[in-house]
Design a binder for this molecule. Sequence first.
Ligand code: ADP
Ligand code: ZN
Length: 218
Amino acid sequence: MIPGARIIILGRQGAGKGTQCVRLSRHYVVPHISTGDMLRAAAREGSELGLAAKEVMDAGGLVGDEIMIGLVAERLEKADATTRGFILDGFPRTVKQATALDRITAQQPIHVVIDLDVPREIVLERLSSRRVCRDCGTNYTAAGQEPSPWICDVCGGDVQQRADDTPDSVNRRLDLYETQTSPLIDYFSSRGALTVVNGVGHPDHVFKRLTDSVEARR
Ligand code: ADP
Ligand code: ZN
């Protein structure tokens, strides 16, 4: 394995993107840049941007393109991303963001865009039992008997259901995915940059499919 890579991961909410991205970032020794995590951190800090974003996120909407493009452009300029690369998780989510990303990465083109494919029926099920540590972001699956919040095994933080994992919000996000984000599949595929990876199966098998598809492209 050669360290360093510039990878974009697309996929429905609840496709297991977050966990796989953390693993990929360790494997390739590159930062995991998650726009959802960045926005949630801003919301916790209570900045003006964070509070405005929180309202949109809790309702299952999309934060404005200009804000998102600014955030990502600033993050990709940092030394870790320019020297080692990155796993970009949650961006781009609209065609406008994708064209902006082309400009941002003009000097250092993306190696591969992966669509982590999990059907809507399956992610709906996963999202309703998803619980997340509000401090370190570790994902858990609830069986139904747990206290709320429960204590994170990794960091001791509070594990809770995300405010945007309610049925209404989940359905709205999945609808937005179909209308706003799925056109990116064609956008990247027509430029020959896309690899579709089957996201159904044991997480270790999915991870192997992901690294195989990165190796095939780099
Ligand atoms: P999920 O994939 O489970 O919806 P994320 O953690 O990626 O969650 O994002 C959470 C929320 O943050 C999104 O529902 C959206 O409101 C906002 N968000 C994250 N990335 C973007 C983006 N690139 N453009 C617009 N909104 C975004
Ligand atoms: Zn934790």
